[in-house]
Ligand binder design. Structure first.
Ligand SMILES: *Cc1c(COP(=O)(O)O)cnc(C)c1O
Length: 366
């Protein structure tokens, strides 16, 4: 008989709760940074036809190395900051969360350290925990930027095998300048530096992508997803661009045939419609800038955003503001440092509903 608790969870998981942004059925959902515009009729029809064709082959395992999809992703990235990327530079999985977990499984592990700089994405410590990697977190400045000297010193002191940094950052929207990415890559030595560009397509004009630096740094990994700008969160497709040795190494830890034939067919069809699916990105960026300006007009503090959301505050009782908005049918996210709230950018109608609700809530809680 064992004296283990029931169920016999690892000690490190005792009392842990699963990731869970509330999924509530309310009219205005501005809480998980989805694209509010669904795929077009033409894209949906092509996806459906591609999945129908794939269905006739579902007795067979899918292409383990999803070579055609890697080629299509490389071609897409070469239109958005990438230079000469080929299938061997690309890896993909069921969402970029899975891509990053695989990176930690391959390059983290017991006796190794992963690092990020907070406030940042809440999933990073979970990848570390689940891959038995030590987790270290540095701080961002009060404007959520990274002090390069502080960050460099932290990396030199901790010698992480993985550095995880979103650009634009979630939940603050802050993009990293290329000098910062280069500095991190140099400081990390043989550690890998993962720049998580989940929101890369929303960056403001003049903000570069870390993809531009891939030729200079063999330890740089740039992660992207089809969940945000591509309006395909439901399909679960995330990917990265990096040196071929990095992609090869991940193959050791991926599960057999992890990317289903249905997922591959869906992503390939979506990529054929990339200009259409990304067609609303410009509108969302305009709406984002208008939202940031409007929040500032209300006397609130708002972080500059290169993403499709805005972090604003500060509120003495942010839970009350969040609840007041929800009572009016508007779901946003209670995340970030104490006192701050995050709103995803929706359609003009959704933003109007958000603004009206926020004005009412601020009057009520004043
Ligand atoms: C939304 C998000 C992702 C994307 O997750 P998927 O698993 O690709 O849906 C990755 N990183 C950050 C920081 C995000 O906010």
């Amino acid at each position: 008989m064992s004296d283990l608790a029931w169920p016999p969870l690892r000690d490190a998981l005792a009392g842990e709760v699963p990731y869970g942004a509330p999924q509530l059925d309310v009219p205005v959902q501005l809480n998980v940074n989805e694209n509010p515009y669904g795929p077009s009729q033409a894209a949906a029809a092509d996806i459906a036809e591609s999945v129908r064709a794939a269905a006739l082959t579902l007795n067979r395992y899918p292409d383990r190395d999803f070579t055609e999809l890697r080629g299509a992703l490389a071609a897409y990235l070469n239109t958005d900051g990438g230079q000469g990327l080929v299938p061997e530079n690309i890896w993909a999985a069921n969402g970029s969360n899975e891509v990053m977990l695989q990176l930690l499984q391959a390059f983290g592990g017991p006796g190794r350290t992963a690092i990020s700089f907070a406030p940042t994405y809440s999933m990073y410590p979970e990848y570390a925990r689940d891959s038995l990697t030590d987790w270290v977190v540095g701080r961002r400045e009060s404007d959520f930027s990274l002090d390069l000297e502080v960050a460099r010193a932290k990396i030199l002191a901790e010698r992480p095998s993985v550095v995880l940094l979103p650009s634009p950052n979630n939940p603050t929207g802050t993009a990293l300048p290329l000098e910062a990415v280069s500095m991190l890559c140099e400081a990390a030595g043989n550690g890998v530096v993962v720049i998580d560009e989940a929101y890369g397509e929303f960056r403001r004009a003049g903000t570069p992508s870390a993809l531009e630096l891939l030729p200079q740094h063999r330890n740089l990994v740039v992660s992207r997803t089809m969940s945000k700008a591509f309006a395909l969160a439901g399909a679960r497709l995330g990917y990265l661009a990096a040196a071929p040795e990095i992609c090869d190494a991940i193959r050791v830890v991926r599960l057999p045939y992890h990317l289903s034939a249905v997922t591959q067919a869906t992503a390939l069809a979506a990529l054929r419609h990339a200009p259409e699916l990304l067609g609303k990105v410009d509108e969302l960026r305009v709406e984002r800038d208008a939202c940031v300006a409007w929040l500032r007009e209300q006397g609130l503090t708002v972080a500059d955003s290169d993403a499709n959301f805005a972090l604003f505050g500060t509120f003495e009782d942010r839970s009350a503001v969040w609840q007041g908005l929800l009572d009016r049918g508007v779901l946003i996210r209670e995340t970030g440092p104490p006192g701050w709230l995050r709103v995803s950018i929706g359609t003009p109608d959704e933003m109007k509903a958000f603004k009206q609700a926020l004005v009412a809530v601020m009057e009520e809680t004043r």
